[in-house]
Design a protein around this ligand. Sequence first.
Ligand SMILES: [Zn+2]
Length: 257
Amino acid sequence: MVRIHAVPAFQDNYLWVVAEGARAAVVDPGDAGPVQRFLDERGLALDAILATHHHGDHIGGVPELAARWKCPVFGPAHDGVGGLTRALREGDRFVVPGIDYPVEVLDVPGHTAGHIAYVHRGAQPVVFCGDTLFACGCGRLFEGTAAQMSASLAKLAALPDATRVYCAHEYTLSNVRFAEAVEPGNTRLAERKAREAERRRRNVPTVPSTIEEERATNPFLRCAEPEVIASAERHAGRSLGDPVAVFAEIREWKNRF
Ligand SMILES: [Zn+2]
């Protein structure tokens, strides 16, 4: 059975180790040290590296791990990630070496120009979405437009309800505080706040969430909801014509929240 383990790194990153038996793959190894220690402690061999985008906290450990394990490196075709053995784009499918784990690729530009996500559609569906969709939030727009990010998030939101969302940062509590400012009447959000705060008190990751929970509580996936539109328009001081304009407004608002 495949298990997914969080390896904490830096301030608030999660590097994801996907393991079955004694074999493993890693998603977004920003730092080789913690990944290697995790593999050593568990007696795991690394068979594959998967990258979502080019930022250093996601690929910083790739050269060292790839050299040590002589394993293939999968990553986005158009995001400036060097050293790939397989360059991926929307619709590509492959089985992650070593762990018999089929995934397909979605293009999810916005945070970076060529960001991709990996979707596993098995009995326990999973998405590794890097810095695109966060638990109750979304990534900043460093290289893409609001329209691109909004379309990328819609693509992720369309995944099956039960899909577990493995994002790359523990930002949830601060995201929930912002979500409450945008949508104070959302009762699911209030429930989520209590649950996530309790997890953090016990030092347990709030990730993964599920697509169902994100659709119910994440303001960036709810730009067509009346309360989200009203809050965005109040913040903007004008009426906003469509969900992309609402998304752009709340993304800007969050940057300064
Ligand atoms: Zn990033």
